[in-house]
Design a binder for this molecule. Sequence first.
Ligand SMILES: Cc1cc2nc3c(=O)[nH]c(=O)nc-3n(C[C@H](O)[C@H](O)[C@H](O)COP(=O)(O)OP(=O)(O)OC[C@H]3O[C@@H](n4cnc5c(N)ncnc54)[C@H](O)[C@@H]3O)c2cc1C
Length: 480
Amino acid sequence: MGLRTPAQYLKSLNDGRAVYYKGKKIADVTKHPFLRIAAEHAAIDYHLAEDPKHRELAVVKDPEGAGLISRMYLPPKTPADLLKRSDLIDLATREGKTMVTLIKEIGTDALFALHIISHQMDKALPTHFYERVHRFYRHCADNDLAVAVAQTDAKGDRSLRPSEQEHPDYYLRVVSRDKKGIVVRGAKLHTSVSVNSNELIVLPTRNFDEKDKDYAVAFAIPMNTKGLRLITSAYSQPKDNDFQFPLSNKHLMLETTTIFDDVFVPLERVFMDGQYQYAGPLALAFVDFHRFTAVSYKQPLLDLLVGAALLLADQNGISRVSHVRDKLTWLAIYTETVKGLLHHAALTAKTVEPGFAVPNRMYSNVAKFQFAHNYHQALAIVQDIAGGLVVTAPGEEDMKNPTLAKDIRHYLGGRKGVSADDRLKAMHLVADLTATEFGGYHAVLAIHAEGSLEAEKLAIAREYDIASAMAYAKRMANIK
Ligand SMILES: Cc1cc2nc3c(=O)[nH]c(=O)nc-3n(C[C@H](O)[C@H](O)[C@H](O)COP(=O)(O)OP(=O)(O)OC[C@H]3O[C@@H](n4cnc5c(N)ncnc54)[C@H](O)[C@@H]3O)c2cc1C
């Protein structure tokens, strides 16, 4: 099919998938007044590919054929490829007013990881997964598909392995096999963009031992597969105006609790089945790409936090006050640290068979950790500088009432030359960014998405070169 238009993408979502929102089955997500916002937001990806200003970044020549593919499907071979990929993720998120589109980012992170690990499996075991993975990758790239990834299991008691749990379904597992394929049962949680993607890739969430080998499974299915139920998160609510919700009124990402009610997966779409020794490496290989994606899509959010703080400091007439300058500098240091680490992760990428440039694990994790660990402190600074109007300001309807608008314009201006209208716009921007349910969503996304802070710390501790640090200390202490 080749590159798709935004309209073709939206049309493809009306395929009989079982999406539920507020307890009801939704016939067509693109016609639903709220769910369609998530689909239209994600369509930014397709708009960028058509925009002459951005086409060079968004579209590349297919290295395996004569046609064109989305850059998101280009397997990264060099640090420069990773940086371009990062630039495109940043651009799409900027267009999405700080909300990532994710419909190709996460899917390609998984596809690159599947190539690497299936290659390893086929070398060591009598399996033939690599060809299957590559065929599925071609299907996605050639048809310009939107792909979600379901990795996180329900997990029940976090201290127990799957087979030790109260019931066997806290992790997704294979319940039967025949020569045509496998049947899987379970639930994956927090699956982003599933309501508005075409395909779903399923990956193991952790390492397993032999007792848990039925849980060591990876595969891909179309969203309208029989037995797949998508229960949309109840967290986000519809908004009604751009004045109070300048970011979230038209930009939204939705997650689902994703139920696999004895879903059949044909053999050609099974990429791991029982190879438990490779479940952990696959989970990790995905995260190697996905944390780099995460830090790429955080850049617009970071820039907006700094920009909003500067704007409010100026409007409130406090930009030269010493504690405010100190806080603004802290925000700049925070943002630039994450940005620098992101670049360094790309520049020090390592090449992994069969020829992928993998972002440096240490720096991707340190970048993601720095971002997440300091995020709430950054929000506190922006809210501190802005003042309480962030949550007490009059809204759009008040500005439409002439008597109230007169009061508001008289009393709510800022420093000389800053109108109440502009100040309220800035206040509502900070509210949407830090205090509305969109702001709260960003805050939880910061902490948990792409792995919790502890997961990042674990990766950093494993990567850190303890031996040479210790050897240096011994040498300095003259210890033999
Ligand atoms: C907005 C959003 C979007 C997401 N999108 C996706 C997606 O598209 N696909 C996907 O697969 N996942 C997605 N995730 C899931 C994300 O990766 C997880 O939320 C994250 O890995 C944490 O898992 P959890 O939510 O189950 O929390 P838990 O794992 O329960 O974590 C809660 C706390 O328990 C600790 N903990 C958990 N287990 C242990 C243990 N064994 N030992 C010690 N401490 C432990 C954690 O460190 C943390 O402090 C998304 C999450 C969010 C919030």
